[in-house]
Design a protein around this ligand. Sequence first.
Ligand SMILES: NC(=O)c1ccc[n+]([C@@H]2O[C@H](COP(=O)([O-])OP(=O)(O)OC[C@H]3O[C@@H](n4cnc5c(N)ncnc54)[C@H](OP(=O)(O)O)[C@@H]3O)[C@@H](O)[C@H]2O)c1
Length: 308
Amino acid sequence: MTVLVTGATGRHGGTGAHLVRRLREEGRDVRVLARTRGERTESLEALGAEVVIGDLQDRRGIVPALRGVTQAYFTYPIDAGVIGAAANFAAAVRESGVSPRTVVMSMGPAHPGHPSDRGRDQWLAEEVLQWAGLDLLVLRVAAAFHENVPALHGRSVRDEGVIRNCFGDGPVAWISGRDAAELAVAALLHPGRFDGPVCHPPGVEELSHHDIAAVLAERLGRPVRFEPVSAEQWHRELVALSEVDDVVNADMAGHITSVADRVARHGSTTAADPVALERLIGRAPLTFRDFARTLGTQCPLSAATTWS
Ligand SMILES: NC(=O)c1ccc[n+]([C@@H]2O[C@H](COP(=O)([O-])OP(=O)(O)OC[C@H]3O[C@@H](n4cnc5c(N)ncnc54)[C@H](OP(=O)(O)O)[C@@H]3O)[C@@H](O)[C@H]2O)c1
């Protein structure tokens, strides 16, 4: 009864690490597939997880990681390569002769008609997993992670007291990375709560970036404002950020500006629903205000990667 967890060394939403911790608390045997060893794999081993080295872009390392696996968590960063990763994972499952129930961390923009390349790729990756006959539960989380705020805006908040993006003045649906991971915990341990194989769990609340700036200002004890800018300007800023940052990448810049531009024009596609989210995860979801309490008060903002 081993659960294979991919993406547990993440620095963005960090869903995999939280999932490992929760599964260990539930007494499950956990095997982590990681690309390299380091502090992050050491802390996963300290939780009692087995770490195997492999790459989702190379089927040869995935096959041995699947030995004896009955359940799996598949996640991939917002970056190019998810289709190849899914194809390699699916081929490895078929080759190894196991048939793990696989929970896929996905996003609302996973749709064949979405303007974001990454959204369309995520959808196609999930098609590949389905064509391969995997036993799937896909979580197309229909909300932005709280962790996007420090990742995308931490430096400008520090340097200029400003959040700049092209989401416009309207509300955005939000969820914490912890609760996205809790959705995966529930999908593995309580699949009956989901009407899968593809479901669209909602966010906890809807807040504009003016609201987000106000919460940060209160937390940091200094002014923070929101300034709407064009998609082109925000894209340029994120590409520049990707050159000096280890979380943001150029593909993510394209994805997030497409998503934000669409939200600014049409609004969020799925309304936040804290009651439905709580029913799915079996605990009270975190609000952005809760998340902000976990951020250091000293800039640059840094997101907690482990949750209590
Ligand atoms: N951000 C949002 O607002 C949002 C909202 C809804 C849904 N989502 C979904 O959340 C998912 C991302 O989850 P997350 O934030 O927990 O991820 P994350 O923190 O970005 O972590 C990504 C993980 O994938 C690993 N990885 C990257 N390339 C790999 C490869 N070739 N082989 C094996 N592992 C590889 C990374 O390992 P290294 O440490 O080696 O790099 C890291 O552990 C995406 O599918 C996205 O659609 C995000």
